[in-house]
Design a protein around this ligand. Structure first.
Ligand code: ZN
Length: 231
């Protein structure tokens, strides 16, 4: 048996018995994960590993490039996962998590790599705004740095796409959901977080507040303008 997938036999023999109390509680009570993480499918970026999550802690959606297509009437896996996490499970935090050395972002910046991969090419259209920001904003950047910049800008773009989803926008307006943009540097073992106030990524440290892309706060447009709701 394949040495990696063969480890599945250990779940029934060891992993499940070791966590039997947790699993029986989750089986009886159902799940109530506190956060949704949308991360790249890259095998080196493991959401549960990064935040030391236990079963039941984290709702996860992974795909090439940690992409959230903007809301459309067309059905999609990411859109449905986001909607379920927010509307049915009531997650309080949504994290979009990119990373260094990302194959999707390399392909975004070097489209010749996409020969023979029409689906990936089409999927990466949802990241073209990040490519435009980097090519326009940093025209002289060398390729390696440009890929890193695109990975950071892509997190910002996907957070903007999240806000086009009605379920997310409604939860944000009620003050029920905060948005987070993370970047895992897999060579440094460091996680950067997007500070929405400055628009910059800063290292996440335990001696300072967690950087937040969009803090949870009630955001009703008419209140901001001092207008009363229509009677
Ligand atoms: Zn990646």
């Amino acid at each position: 048996m394949n040495e990696v997938i063969g480890r599945v036999v250990g779940f029934e023999k060891q992993v499940f018995p070791d966590q039997s109390a947790l699993y029986s509680k989750l089986a009886a009570d159902g799940q109530s994960p506190k956060a949704l993480m949308i991360s790249c499918a890259d095998s080196r970026v493991v959401p549960e590993h990064i935040i030391q999550a236990q079963p039941g802690d984290l709702f996860v959606c992974r795909n090439a490039g940690n992409i959230v297509p903007p809301f459309s009437t067309q059905n999609g896996g990411v859109s449905s996962t986001v909607e379920y996490a927010v509307a049915a499970l009531g997650v309080r935090d949504i994290i979009v998590c990119g990373h260094s050395d990302c194959g999707a972002m390399k392909a975004l910046m070097n489209p010749e790599m996409l020969n023979g991969m029409p689906n990936v090419a089409a999927w990466l259209r949802h990241s073209h705004a990040a490519e435009s920001v980097v090519k326009g904003g940093y025209p002289d950047m060398e390729n390696g740095d440009a890929v890193r910049a695109a990975s950071l800008e892509n997190v910002v773009v996907q957070l903007a796409h999240l806000r086009t989803h009605p379920s997310v926008t409604a939860a944000i307006s009620r003050g029920d959901v905060a948005l987070h943009g993370w970047f895992v540097d897999i060579s440094a073992g460091m996680v950067l977080g997007l500070d929405g106030e400055t628009g910059r990524f800063v290292p996440i440290r335990d001696d300072r507040p967690l950087p937040v892309a969009l803090p949870a706060a009630k955001r009703i447009a008419s209140e901001h303008h001092g207008l009363e709701a229509a009677e």
